[in-house]
Design a protein around this ligand. Structure first.
Ligand code: SAM
Ligand code: SF4
Length: 325
């Protein structure tokens, strides 16, 4: 599928629930966001029907996200059904890692290829401040188990927040690089009407990279090959084997190369993280729309995918836990 700016859309992020067992303050600023009712959330068959239509239109990669996808009891069924979908050749999942230790093996058996774990602090108190939970140890255990189960390369996504965890950049490098965990530092984005992350805690990627340089005492060498189709820019840490990624949605956006759209847990097709425009595929499907009608609705949505986000002018009112990151 191509959008009206000639971008090849081949990646679908599916938020399978907007519920979460954590309360990361940058994601849920007042500790709460309204959730869809259980009836509104699509069941696994409905989700995989829609994913199948995207696959028929050329989507090859699916990321399962949330909210927290591992709180869904049928998460393994969803993974297994996506695995059976003709055309989908890569299935990954983003998690906060809280339930990963006990679920990694079953996810692998269901056909999951890779996992990303969000981890914003290696200091128990700071971890608690960010997530509202005392659970650092179990997330670290989950990371180990995911590696043992072959859900790699396991990526660690760290949202860097000035005054919260920016002092831990070196600690993250020391933890992740020797273990073969692929570390990516992420700039905060103003979602859910939350401008605090942009004003008080925002740290631009260039400052993050400067901290990396200072910690490693080496030049950072931009990788030009093997970058993948994602938003991260990767840098080698001098001549050694380590590398680090940065995702700079604010300071250096990557909208021109955007290859993705998002499906919410209620089946809304969201065309851009920074715009509220969505196609209500879930509602159409429940009203009895045929595959042909749904396919037409998807194509009409793709045709109006915005050129770029407008976070600098206007924070999005949408919660990230609905959009899936
Ligand atoms: N619960 C899972 C997790 O935390 O990985 C999946 C959903 S979460 C919404 C997906 C990603 O969005 C996480 O890596 C999280 O750190 C990131 N995220 C949430 N709010 C954000 C914000 N305001 N700015 C930047 N990243 C954000
Ligand atoms: Fe939950 Fe992920 Fe949002 Fe944290 S970032 S509150 S783990 S959905």
């Amino acid at each position: 599928m191509f959008d009206s700016f000639g971008r090849h859309i081949e990646y679908l992020r599916v938020s399978v629930t907007d519920r979460c067992n954590y309360r990361c303050f940058y994601c849920m600023p007042d500790g709460h966001v309204p959730c869809a009712s259980r009836d509104e959330v699509l069941n696994s068959g409905e989700l995989t029907r829609l994913i199948g239509l995207f696959a028929a239109l050329g989507v090859r990669r699916v990321r399962i996200t949330g909210g927290e996808p591992l709180v869904r009891r049928d998460i393994h069924t969803i993974v297994a059904e996506v695995r059976q979908t003709p055309g989908i050749d890569d299935i990954s999942l983003s998690t906060n890692g809280h339930l990963l230790d006990e679920q990694a093996a079953e996810l692998r058996n269901a056909g999951l290829d890779r996992i990303n774990v969000s981890l914003d602090s290696l200091i128990p108190d700071v971890f608690h401040t960010v997530t509202g939970h005392d659970a650092l140890k179990r997330v670290l255990k989950g990371l180990d188990t995911a590696q043992v189960q072959g859900l790699g390369p396991v990526k660690v996504n760290t949202v860097v927040m000035k005054g919260v965890n920016d002092g831990e950049i070196g600690q993250f490098l020391d933890y992740c690089v020797p273990r073969g965990l692929e570390l990516r530092f992420i700039e905060t984005m103003p979602l859910n009407g939350n401008d605090v992350v942009r004003t008080r805690h925002y740290m631009p990627a260039e400052d993050i990279l400067e901290r990396v340089r200072t910690h490693c005492g080496t030049d950072l060498i931009p990788e030009t090959t093997g970058r993948g189709a994602g938003p991260a820019r990767y840098f080698r840490l001098g001549a050694g084997p380590g590398r680090v990624g940065v995702i700079s949605a604010m300071s250096q956006h990557f909208c021109a190369a955007c290859n993705r759209v998002r499906l919410t847990a209620t089946g809304d097709l969201v065309l851009c993280l920074g715009h509220e425009d969505a196609v209500p595929l879930g509602r159409l499907m429940r009203d009895g729309a045929s595959d042909r009608t749904l396919t037409q609705a998807i194509l009409e949505g793709i045709a109006r995918k915005p050129e770029r986000h407008t976070f600098h002018d206007q924070p999005s009112a949408q919660p990230m836990s609905r959009l899936g990151g």
